[in-house]
Design a protein around this ligand. Structure first.
Ligand code: NDP
Length: 323
């Protein structure tokens, strides 16, 4: 018996249906994993609404999980039944068990439990590539992080501080401001404030070399105004809606700016990159430099409730679904 949350049509949280689904044997190159915990991510909302495309309907959404290997397909040598594993970036995670390509899995170190793993693989590896590869944060940098009390946000704040950067976080409420500050944000700006003006004050007029913007449509243009000349705009999410740039000339007018729209899948496409990214994440978590805050858990069958909380901006830190 295997249950999963599937969508038969795109739409609101009510489209998430808990139902019985087949559980095939792993194909060549695949592993079957019994989930102990499943990660909730904003990307799950995009797949549910149809902003991002699923291959076909009905579809099991969810990109991240942690659990135990139950069976391996032909040709799989790196994993065996009983191994503790986790992954991010493979659609189909909202299930009690599932098959996926072995090359997307990593083994979990002893010090990391399943709930922590399901909370951190996607958000934590994202923080890794954003801070270490998209823009290599240096000691002494002052950087701007939107949704600073969110899942990716809290990891970015802690990790950037660990790298020696000063973080300016943006959040929507005073309660979230306290949470961001407790996790490494040196300065916090509330969403209603004049952000470029506040960044100017905080940086003594220098502005920032990089903005990490996951909010998208509502904040894109304001974020550009927070950058110093030749600064890098990292638009890595669309919580408020997708971004389109009508005229590239705006980048010239605002100081020969750079823009990138990165995604974790590109940065972990090769096995070597995936393993290196996961290892750096495990290192900062095991050393205690970055704490993974699982501030909400929901039964997997109640994924709709979890989506309402995430979209309603009611969550902080990471959220895990329990099968
Ligand atoms: P979060 O926990 O950050 O939740 C989203 C937060 O965004 C909210 O709590 C809220 O914080 C803020 N927000 C601002 N405007 C809105 C809005 N209109 N609706 C809802 N929330 C809004 O989610 P995740 O940590 O899962 O993901 C953060 C972002 O990072 C998402 O945009 C996601 O798509 C992106 N992402 C991108 C990846 C990539 O590789 N490109 C990988 C992983 C995540 P507040 O109330 O403080 O404003």
């Amino acid at each position: 018996m295997n249950h999963a949350i599937r969508i038969h049509a795109h739409g609101g949280p009510e489209k998430l249906v808990w139902e019985e689904v087949p559980l095939p044997d792993p194909k060549p190159g695949e592993v079957r994993v019994r989930h102990r915990a499943v990660g909730l991510n904003f990307i799950d909302v995009y797949f549910r609404t149809g902003l991002y495309k699923v291959p076909s309907l009905p579809a099991t959404i969810g990109m991240e999980g942690a659990g135990v290997v139950e069976a391996v397909g032909e040709g799989v040598t790196e994993f065996k039944p009983g191994d503790r594993v986790a992954y991010a970036g493979a659609l189909g995670a909202y299930a009690e068990a599932r098959c996926l390509p072995a090359d997307r899995l990593v083994k979990l170190p002893d010090g990391i439990d399943f709930v922590q793993a399901a909370a951190m693989m996607l958000q934590g590896m994202t923080a890794q590539y954003l801070l270490r590869r998209t823009y290599k944060v240096q000691k002494g940098d002052t950087i701007l992080v939107h949704a600073a009390a969110g899942g990716v946000g809290l990891i970015l704040c802690q990790w950037a501080k660990h790298l020696g950067a000063t973080v300016i976080g943006v959040v929507s409420t005073p309660e979230k401001a306290e949470i961001a500050k407790a996790h490494g944000a040196a300065h916090v700006v509330l969403t209603g404030e004049n952000l470029p003006q506040r960044v100017k004050e905080i940086t003594g007029g220098a502005m920032v070399p990089v903005v990490y913007d996951s909010v998208g449509r509502d904040t894109f243009l304001t974020s550009l105004d927070c950058l110093r000349p030749l600064g890098l705009m990292v638009s890595y999410g669309n919580a408020s809606g997708p971004v389109s740039i009508p005229d590239l000339g705006i980048l010239a007018a605002k100081g020969s700016l750079y823009v990138t729209r990165p995604t974790l899948n590109t940065y972990t496409a090769s096995r070597a990159d995936l393993l290196a990214t996961a290892q750096e994440l495990f290192d900062v978590v095991l050393s205690g430099a970055v704490k993974i805050r699982v501030n909400q858990t929901f039964p997997l069958k109640d994924a709709a409730e979890a989506h309402r909380a995430l979209e309603g901006r009611k969550t902080t830190g990471s959220t895990v679904l329990l099968p």
